[in-house]
Design a protein around this ligand. Structure first.
Ligand SMILES: [Cu+2]
Length: 175
Protein backbone atom coordinates (compact mmCIF):
# COMPACT_ATOMS: atom_id res chain seq x y z
CA UNK A 1 0.00 0.00 0.00
CA UNK A 2 2.72 2.40 0.97
CA UNK A 3 4.82 1.53 -2.06
CA UNK A 4 1.83 2.06 -4.30
CA UNK A 5 1.18 5.44 -2.76
CA UNK A 6 4.83 6.41 -3.14
CA UNK A 7 4.81 5.29 -6.76
CA UNK A 8 1.62 7.13 -7.38
CA UNK A 9 3.08 10.27 -5.92
CA UNK A 10 6.20 9.79 -7.98
CA UNK A 11 4.13 9.30 -11.09
CA UNK A 12 2.05 12.34 -10.45
CA UNK A 13 5.20 14.30 -9.92
CA UNK A 14 6.99 13.01 -12.99
CA UNK A 15 4.60 14.26 -15.64
CA UNK A 16 4.88 17.74 -14.29
CA UNK A 17 8.66 17.60 -13.95
CA UNK A 18 9.57 15.57 -17.02
CA UNK A 19 6.82 16.91 -19.19
CA UNK A 20 6.32 15.18 -22.53
CA UNK A 21 9.01 12.53 -22.12
CA UNK A 22 7.69 11.54 -18.72
CA UNK A 23 4.05 11.42 -19.71
CA UNK A 24 4.13 8.33 -21.92
CA UNK A 25 6.59 6.60 -19.66
CA UNK A 26 4.73 7.28 -16.45
CA UNK A 27 1.39 5.68 -17.39
CA UNK A 28 3.10 2.56 -18.74
CA UNK A 29 5.42 2.26 -15.83
CA UNK A 30 2.76 2.93 -13.24
CA UNK A 31 0.30 0.58 -14.92
CA UNK A 32 2.58 -2.40 -15.13
CA UNK A 33 3.95 -2.41 -11.60
CA UNK A 34 0.76 -0.96 -10.29
CA UNK A 35 -1.38 -3.89 -11.38
CA UNK A 36 0.70 -6.66 -9.89
CA UNK A 37 1.45 -4.50 -6.93
CA UNK A 38 -2.24 -3.93 -6.35
CA UNK A 39 -3.17 -7.55 -6.82
CA UNK A 40 -0.41 -8.61 -4.48
CA UNK A 41 -1.46 -6.00 -1.98
CA UNK A 42 -5.07 -7.07 -2.28
CA UNK A 43 -4.13 -10.73 -1.90
CA UNK A 44 -2.81 -10.13 1.60
CA UNK A 45 -5.70 -8.03 2.90
CA UNK A 46 -8.04 -10.25 0.91
CA UNK A 47 -8.76 -12.04 4.15
CA UNK A 48 -9.57 -8.69 5.67
CA UNK A 49 -11.38 -7.28 2.67
CA UNK A 50 -14.24 -9.79 2.78
CA UNK A 51 -15.29 -8.21 6.06
CA UNK A 52 -15.83 -4.74 4.65
CA UNK A 53 -16.93 -6.16 1.33
CA UNK A 54 -19.52 -8.57 2.69
CA UNK A 55 -21.21 -5.88 4.78
CA UNK A 56 -21.32 -3.75 1.69
CA UNK A 57 -22.80 -6.62 -0.22
CA UNK A 58 -25.26 -7.26 2.56
CA UNK A 59 -26.07 -3.60 2.72
CA UNK A 60 -26.66 -3.62 -1.00
CA UNK A 61 -28.84 -6.68 -0.68
CA UNK A 62 -30.72 -5.16 2.20
CA UNK A 63 -31.15 -1.94 0.26
CA UNK A 64 -32.40 -3.92 -2.71
CA UNK A 65 -34.68 -5.87 -0.44
CA UNK A 66 -36.04 -2.74 1.14
CA UNK A 67 -36.57 -1.30 -2.29
CA UNK A 68 -38.44 -4.41 -3.34
CA UNK A 69 -40.54 -4.25 -0.22
CA UNK A 70 -41.22 -0.58 -0.78
CA UNK A 71 -42.29 -1.34 -4.33
CA UNK A 72 -44.46 -4.19 -3.16
CA UNK A 73 -46.03 -2.03 -0.50
CA UNK A 74 -46.43 0.79 -2.96
CA UNK A 75 -48.16 -1.46 -5.44
CA UNK A 76 -50.28 -2.97 -2.71
CA UNK A 77 -51.08 0.52 -1.45
CA UNK A 78 -52.26 1.65 -4.84
CA UNK A 79 -54.35 -1.33 -5.77
CA UNK A 80 -55.27 -3.46 -2.80
CA UNK A 81 -55.73 -0.87 -0.11
CA UNK A 82 -57.96 1.55 -1.94
CA UNK A 83 -61.55 0.95 -0.85
CA UNK A 84 -64.33 0.68 -3.39
CA UNK A 85 -65.47 3.85 -5.07
CA UNK A 86 -68.46 5.52 -3.43
CA UNK A 87 -70.77 7.16 -5.98
CA UNK A 88 -70.69 10.94 -6.11
CA UNK A 89 -73.70 12.81 -4.70
CA UNK A 90 -73.92 14.92 -7.82
CA UNK A 91 -77.42 16.24 -7.05
CA UNK A 92 -76.54 17.57 -3.61
CA UNK A 93 -76.32 21.28 -2.91
CA UNK A 94 -72.64 21.99 -2.44
CA UNK A 95 -71.65 23.89 0.69
CA UNK A 96 -67.90 23.95 0.28
CA UNK A 97 -65.66 23.23 -2.67
CA UNK A 98 -62.18 21.84 -2.16
CA UNK A 99 -59.74 22.34 -5.00
CA UNK A 100 -57.73 19.26 -5.92
CA UNK A 101 -54.57 20.47 -7.55
CA UNK A 102 -51.02 19.20 -7.95
CA UNK A 103 -50.39 18.17 -5.25
CA UNK A 104 -52.67 19.30 -2.49
CA UNK A 105 -56.22 19.76 -1.32
CA UNK A 106 -57.09 23.41 -0.83
CA UNK A 107 -58.26 24.03 1.75
CA UNK A 108 -57.05 20.81 3.29
CA UNK A 109 -58.97 21.09 6.56
CA UNK A 110 -62.56 22.25 6.59
CA UNK A 111 -65.45 22.20 9.02
CA UNK A 112 -69.08 21.77 8.00
CA UNK A 113 -72.38 20.91 9.60
CA UNK A 114 -74.08 17.54 9.39
CA UNK A 115 -76.12 17.26 6.22
CA UNK A 116 -73.88 19.56 4.20
CA UNK A 117 -72.04 18.49 1.06
CA UNK A 118 -68.43 18.92 0.11
CA UNK A 119 -67.42 18.95 -3.52
CA UNK A 120 -63.89 18.30 -4.67
CA UNK A 121 -62.97 20.06 -7.89
CA UNK A 122 -60.24 18.24 -9.78
CA UNK A 123 -58.06 20.75 -11.55
CA UNK A 124 -54.87 18.76 -12.22
CA UNK A 125 -53.27 20.05 -14.24
CA UNK A 126 -50.53 17.47 -14.67
CA UNK A 127 -51.77 14.47 -12.76
CA UNK A 128 -54.83 12.51 -11.81
CA UNK A 129 -55.87 12.49 -8.17
CA UNK A 130 -58.55 10.97 -6.05
CA UNK A 131 -60.24 11.48 -2.71
CA UNK A 132 -60.09 8.47 -0.43
CA UNK A 133 -61.52 8.57 3.07
CA UNK A 134 -59.52 6.51 5.52
CA UNK A 135 -62.76 4.88 6.66
CA UNK A 136 -63.91 4.32 3.10
CA UNK A 137 -67.04 6.45 3.54
CA UNK A 138 -66.25 8.57 0.50
CA UNK A 139 -63.98 7.41 -2.30
CA UNK A 140 -63.66 8.94 -5.73
CA UNK A 141 -62.13 7.58 -8.87
CA UNK A 142 -58.81 8.91 -10.13
CA UNK A 143 -59.71 12.09 -11.95
CA UNK A 144 -57.88 14.87 -13.78
CA UNK A 145 -60.97 17.02 -14.17
CA UNK A 146 -64.55 17.18 -13.03
CA UNK A 147 -65.82 16.97 -9.50
CA UNK A 148 -66.76 14.56 -6.76
CA UNK A 149 -69.37 15.39 -4.16
CA UNK A 150 -70.20 13.77 -0.86
CA UNK A 151 -72.91 14.55 1.67
CA UNK A 152 -71.82 14.21 5.28
CA UNK A 153 -74.83 13.12 7.27
CA UNK A 154 -73.08 12.20 10.47
CA UNK A 155 -70.90 14.26 12.77
CA UNK A 156 -67.30 13.27 13.12
CA UNK A 157 -63.82 13.81 11.76
CA UNK A 158 -63.00 12.27 8.44
CA UNK A 159 -59.41 12.13 7.22
CA UNK A 160 -58.76 11.48 3.58
CA UNK A 161 -55.91 11.37 1.11
CA UNK A 162 -55.00 10.84 -2.50
CA UNK A 163 -54.22 7.18 -3.06
CA UNK A 164 -51.29 7.86 -5.38
CA UNK A 165 -49.93 10.91 -3.57
CA UNK A 166 -49.88 10.03 0.12
CA UNK A 167 -48.60 13.53 0.89
CA UNK A 168 -51.95 14.86 -0.32
CA UNK A 169 -54.04 14.82 2.82
CA UNK A 170 -57.08 16.57 4.12
CA UNK A 171 -59.77 16.28 6.73
CA UNK A 172 -63.44 17.10 7.04
CA UNK A 173 -64.82 17.93 10.44
CA UNK A 174 -68.57 17.53 10.61
CA UNK A 175 -70.26 19.24 13.54
CU1 LIG B 1 -52.87 12.93 -6.07
Amino acid sequence: MLTVRVRAEGVTGEPGALGVSGAPGAPGGSGAPGAPGASAAVAKPAAVDPRPRSPRTLAARVAAGVGAFALALGLAGCSAEKPPVVPSDDDAKVSITVRVIDNSFEPSDITIKAGQAVSWSFEGPSSEHDVVAEDGSFVSELMAEGSYTHVFDEAGSFDYLCSIHPEMRGSITVE
